[in-house]
Design a protein around this ligand. Structure first.
Ligand code: SF4
Length: 221
């Protein structure tokens, strides 16, 4: 599994607001700060992956605690069993960074590697973290499709493609669930609603809708 090997990532303090916030996250009841990762969270997954899934940022008591994307919070509890059903991992249950999970043909990461207050990174923070995302994608030689979870991750990908000359006008690529965009010389981009607890509880995103995204991606690779 790849992960934690982006030069300078785990000690990065490029965003002062996020560096201060991540180190002061108040532990949930029954836990102490010793149980928390409280650092930038690197992506992880299959180095031969053809598919990359990009979320927004670590959850305060999920990835920011466990040190692995989508691990330990509601977004991951919803998503990981479905990834397993789609054949993209070796087990449905995911609890901690050392739980034996292996991803098949899939790499998972976030657009912003540090937990943001209120789950809302600032525009400058998306911008500052973009080089790490670019490095991760570059390190996947077989990458064909990127799934962006939520509008913010989707726009981060468009900004990255714009910086690489693949996108001229971002307005030509509106966000929409299960929308797919192809680019010359860059991985296909598929948008999905985020698997956040809010989206699940309100019914904005259902299991079937997320599996439909994975089915469409499967047809692309
Ligand atoms: S969000 Fe990214 S760029 Fe900002 S401090 Fe964290 S790792 Fe560094």
């Amino acid at each position: 599994m790849l992960g934690a090997d982006l030069p300078g990532l785990t000690g990065c303090r490029r965003c002062p607001r996020l560096a201060e916030y991540r180190e002061g996250v108040e532990p949930k009841r029954g836990r102490t700060s010793d149980h928390y990762w409280n650092r930038p969270v690197p992506g992880f997954g299959d180095p031969e992956a053809r598919i990359c899934l990009v979320g927004l940022a670590p959850g305060a008591h999920g990835a920011n605690r466990t040190g692995r994307p989508f691990t330990g919070d509601g977004a991951g509890d919803f998503m990981y069993p479905l990834l397993h059903r789609a054949g993209l991992s070796n087990q449905p249950e995911v609890t901690a960074a050392d739980d034996g999970l292996e991803l098949n043909d899939l790499y998972l990461t976030n657009a912003v590697k540090c937990v943001p207050p209120g789950n809302k990174p600032l525009a400058v923070e998306f911008h500052s973290c973009l080089p790490y995302l670019a490095e991760e994608l570059k390190s996947l030689p077989h990458l064909q499709v990127v799934i962006a979870l939520g509008g913010d991750a989707f726009r981060s990908m468009l900004r990255l493609y714009a910086s690489q000359g693949h996108v001229t006008r971002m307005a030509e690529y509106p966000f929409g669930h299960n929308r797919l965009y192809r680019f010359r010389g860059a991985p296909t981009l598929v948008a999905s609603y985020h698997t956040s607890r809010y989206n699940i509880q309100t019914g904005r995103l259902t299991e079937r809708m997320f599996l439909d995204v994975l089915d469409q991606v499967r047809e692309c690779v």
